[in-house]
Write a protein that binds this ligand. Structure first.
Ligand SMILES: C[S@@+](CC[C@H](N)C(=O)[O-])C[C@H]1O[C@@H](n2cnc3c(N)ncnc32)[C@H](O)[C@@H]1O
Length: 189
């Protein structure tokens, strides 16, 4: 996601982004990196873990040109995201947030809730190939009325390691995966 946002910076210029399941916040880091042009207007990073929210508060770089806030949002608890109905959100981003055991159907419901107030909302979810439950999440999003396009993230720009050997030492299997960016939108009624 960090590489995708870096390479597609102009798409996010002046936009308001809600990043879900932010973890350590790596996905949004490219917006804090030179060149500081085409910046979003605002980024909310979120996670359900209090510890990760504290980590994000303490470690997110200061960037005066972008409004940044950290929110504890749990997809399974509507009261943690109900306030979003009053906010303009142009993009929801999620990296590695659909996996076995995580409540991805609740994530889909949360996304649908945000969409109600933001009909232009675009949702970018990065999924690796062979991810169990990926198909179920896609089906849930379709059932909610979202259409999607899928882009394979290939080429040197998305290559984390120079060789299979390097990958084997640091992250076995990573170079065997193909990563896809799913872009979800609802057609205008
Ligand atoms: C595999 S990590 C990905 C973290 C980050 N997006 C990244 O790519 O480095 C999944 C993240 O989803 C968060 N998560 C899991 N269940 C959640 C829930 N119910 N509500 C919000 N976040 C959740 C976890 O705390 C974790 O940070």
């Amino acid at each position: 996601m960090a590489r995708y946002t870096y390479l597609n910076r102009e798409r996010f210029a002046g936009k308001r982004i809600l990043d879900v399941g932010s973890g350590t916040g790596v996905s949004m880091l490219s917006f804090f990196k030179e060149p500081l042009t085409n910046l979003p207007e605002h980024i909310t990073m979120s996670d359900y873990s209090d510890d990760l929210c504290d980590f994000l508060r303490n470690n997110t770089p200061k960037q005066e040109s972008i409004g940044v806030d950290i929110q504890r949002i749990d997809w399974t608890q509507k009261d943690t995201y109900e306030h979003l109905k009053n906010q303009r959100i142009d993009f929801i981003t999620g990296t590695d947030v659909v996996y076995k055991g995580c409540p991805y159907n609740d994530l889909a419901q949360m996304i649908d809730f945000v969409h109600k107030n933001n009909p232009q909302l675009e949702v970018l979810i990065m999924l690796p190939s062979e991810r169990p439950n990926g198909a179920e999440f896609i089906q849930t999003m379709k059932d909610l009325g979202f259409e999607f396009s899928k882009t394979e993230l290939t080429g040197l720009n998305f290559q984390a390691f120079k060789s299979d050997k390097e990958s084997k030492n640091m992250y076995p299997g990573l170079t065997q995966l193909v990563f896809y960016m799913y872009s979800y939108k609802k057609p205008a009624p």
